[in-house]
Ligand binder design. Structure first.
Ligand code: AMP
Ligand code: FE
Ligand code: FE
Ligand code: ZN
Length: 285
């Protein structure tokens, strides 16, 4: 069994529509994938209709959250959520608020780039994201299109990274509140790429303990952005707190170089997720 529990479609900042993403997963020999677009469940119904036989799809999402340390600016944390009820009012409202927050923040980044002479427009970004969830990868692609960067990675490295001149923060969900909401909706919250230092500042063990207290059920350990040391540390934390351990590619289609299935989850850990999730069933034969 090959299981990849973190993938993005063009419903957020991946490049393949959900149906194509599922076909890619099957062609890569995967048995199970989770569809985890940022702050939306818009891909779930398409995935249900387009699911190839033999492929199990775990409906999910990656919720944009933040941890507020004492005396320091907020740290961005991503929360994977599986098998929650998509119409739970509190969680649905929070997703909608985050999508709106992304639109305002995206527009501010793009307007600043336009003013600085980069040949991109907010209207073009909206066109490209086609009503989906807007993120910096859409801006990166527009910059590539305009000849201002060689690749999405290059656009991030030069202009869009969190310490870059055009970075704008957004008011993400307090992570403990996010965890409580996911649990209230019958979902399984898993802390995504928690020690990926290459993405920015990361939280300490105290934050993980607080998240466990709030109802966290798992840690994403095997992730392409984690070093061997980071994986070891997270595996230890998971053992200390009795948490589920996952592995996944965080596939974004052509927006990243990572292939689908680059890291995977053990079957017994998937079973624990399926047993804990009560808000929605997995999609399978
Ligand atoms: P945002 O959600 O708008 O803050 O953008 C974050 C997203 O950008 C992540 O989910 C990744 O998909 C993508 N990303 C972050 N860093 C990079 C990078 N260095 N190269 C390519 N994509 C990145
Ligand atoms: Fe992303
Ligand atoms: Fe993420
Ligand atoms: Zn992701």
């Amino acid at each position: 069994m090959r299981i990849d529990l973190h993938t993005h479609s063009s419903v957020s900042d991946g490049t393949e529509p959900p149906a194509e993403l599922l076909a890619t997963a099957r062609a890569a020999g995967l048995d199970v994938i989770a569809l985890t677009d940022h702050d939306t469940t818009a891909g779930w119904s398409v995935a249900e209709a387009a699911r190839p036989r033999g492929l199990t799809v775990v409906p999910g999402m990656e919720l944009s959250c933040r941890w507020l340390p004492d005396d320091q600016p907020p740290i961005s944390v991503h929360l994977l959520a599986y098998l929650f009820d998509p119409v739970h009012p509190g969680l649905a409202a929070e997703r909608a608020r985050l999508r709106d927050e992304r639109l305002h923040r995206g527009e501010r980044i793009v307007r600043a780039l336009t003013r600085a002479g980069y040949g991109i427009t907010w209207e073009r970004i909206l066109e490209r994201s086609a009503g989906g969830v807007v993120g910096r990868p859409h801006i990166a692609r527009a910059l590539v299109e305009a000849g201002a960067a060689d690749s999405v990675d290059h656009a991030f490295a030069t202009l869009l990274h969190h310490r870059g001149p055009y970075y704008v923060t957004k008011a993400d969900t307090d992570v403990c509140e996010g965890i409580a909401l996911v649990r209230a909706a019958g979902g399984v919250p898993v802390f995504a790429h928690g020690l990926a230092t290459k993405r920015g500042r990361v939280v300490g063990d105290d934050a993980v303990a607080a998240m466990v207290e709030a109802g966290l059920l798992g840690l994403e350990v095997d992730h392409p952005d984690h070093s061997a040391d980071e994986r070891r540390h997270l595996r230890g934390l998971a053992a200390d707190h009795g948490l589920i351990v996952t592995g996944s590619s965080d596939y974004h289609g052509a927006n990243k170089t990572t292939p689908i299935g680059a890291c995977t989850t053990e079957p017994d850990q998937l079973e624990a997720i399926l047993a804990a999730g009560t808000g929605s069933p997995p999609l399978r034969d």
